[in-house]
Design a protein around this ligand. Structure first.
Ligand SMILES: *Cc1c(COP(=O)(O)O)cnc(C)c1O
Length: 407
């Protein structure tokens, strides 16, 4: 429990001192443990949001706390003028356990994607032609908020209003192979896709679609880039989603759960593609930071175990079962989507455009959930959330739904 509350540090202060790009909840979390969070007034919440698919091992997991503490006594930062042990170990883990041979570390999903898109362009330009720069991406996709990543993302409301966008990016409908075929050509350097669209509505690609993209990329010498920032690192029950689909990309990005709450991201690629990079071509000051990589290593070693990965399916089932019990009484959902613990509940037409209202009322009843657009509720809890935490949270959620339905 928090020991003291500084009354001057409250939600009203946000509106005075923080750039108004967010609209945070009225309460301020101050402490967390497992899938429980407490606010300044000592209210306890069950966390089904997991910091937007970040806190994959819940809050203050003992192994992560001890990794961070241990590293904090040794060395924090050396810059990339030097390499360091935690970064090398984490890169070794990532390459030994995936298709990849090479890793680039950064600090956010957007930066990993920025590196991926720059690499794809560089590879095509150096290997084939200076005109091979077209990037094919998808409507509703989300890849981050830098100008390049937001432009590859498929939601104009996020990319409009900032002046000229990077050129030669084309968007087509998700899961529509014919649409990709119609725009794919020798000038295409990359197809960029979230195997399961997260922010855009929790929509999984079909296996045929990803297989088709792989074939088209091979045929036109383009790279297949998987943005697994949200769906990777155990979220759907396999270490990365590509493993579940059996379709291997040329570049993969990871962030969010990779640090379990500490900022870190990674871009993974093959030796063949990595060859076009040389010292000075790309970089970032904090990339491979010792604290971040020490935590990332601890996260990786806990998530990449049969115990955690195999537990995801059972937890998904528990979520759907209990949501369905609520639904039988209140008729608020028409179906469930996503994979593993990237779970979407589709609101019935009567509740369309109301997803943020569900979030607000759920928080009133002390359970934290997310949305993905106006019509989908999103659940991205800890991969190690307990049965008891699920039940407790669902009891609270049922009360929230009752209030909404009876209003
Ligand atoms: C969250 C997210 C990003 C952006 O990550 P940041 O760390 O916010 O930059 C990129 N791609 C996907 C699929 C995401 O879910």
């Amino acid at each position: 429990m928090p020991q003291s509350i500084d009354q001057s540090v409250n939600r009203a202060l946000f509106d005075k001192v923080i750039l108004p790009v967010y609209a945070p909840a009225p309460f301020i979390p101050v402490k967390g443990e497992g899938s429980r969070v407490w606010d300044q007034q000592h209210n306890e919440y069950i966390d089904f949001a997991g910091g937007i698919a970040v806190n994959a091992l819940g809050h203050c997991h003992p192994k992560l706390v001890s990794a961070l503490k241990a590293q904090s006594h040794k060395l924090w930062h050396v810059s990339n003028v030097f390499t360091n042990e935690p970064a090398l170990k984490l890169a070794q883990r990532l390459t030994e356990n995936t298709f990849a041979d090479r890793v680039f570390f950064a600090n956010s999903g957007a930066e990993a994607n920025e590196a991926a898109f720059k690499l794809a362009r560089r590879y095509a330009i150096e290997t084939y032609s200076p005109y091979k720069t077209k990037i094919i991406a998808f409507y509703q996709a989300f890849h981050g908020r830098t100008l390049f990543t937001v432009s590859v993302g498929g939601q104009a409301k996020y990319s409009d209003g900032f002046g000229p966008k990077p050129a030669d990016i084309i968007h087509v409908p998700f899961n529509d192979l014919a649409a990709v075929k119609a725009v794919m050509d020798d000038h295409t350097c990359a197809v960029v896709i979230e195997p399961i669209q997260g922010e855009g509505g929790v929509t999984p690609a079909t296996p045929e679609f990803l297989q088709g993209l792989r074939q088209l990329c091979d045929q036109f010498n383009a790279l297949l880039v998987f943005d697994e920032v949200q769906c990777g690192m155990g979220r759907i029950g396999s270490l990365f989603a590509y493993m579940d689909y059996g379709v291997v990309p040329d570049i993969l990005t990871s962030a969010k759960a990779l640090g379990g709450g500490f900022p870190i991201s990674a871009m993974l690629t093959t030796h063949k593609v990595a060859q076009v990079m040389h010292p000075g071509v790309h970089g970032t000051t904090y990339g491979g930071n010792l604290l971040a990589c020490a935590v990332g290593l601890a996260v990786f070693d806990v998530i990449n175990t049969p115990e955690v990965l195999k537990g995801v399916a059972a937890r998904r089932n528990a979520f759907i079962e209990q949501l369905e019990t609520i639904n039988q009484q209140f008729k608020v959902f028409t179906g469930y989507r996503g994979k593993g613990l990237l779970l979407g509940a589709e609101l019935s037409p009567q509740y369309h455009d109301k997803s943020s209202h569900f979030l607000a009322v759920a928080a009133e009843f002390k359970v934290l959930i997310l949305n993905a657009g106006p019509n989908i509720l999103r659940f991205t809890p800890s991969l190690v959330i307990t049965d008891e935490e699920i039940k407790d949270g669902m009891n609270r959620f049922a009360k929230a739904v009752a209030k909404i339905v009876q209003a």
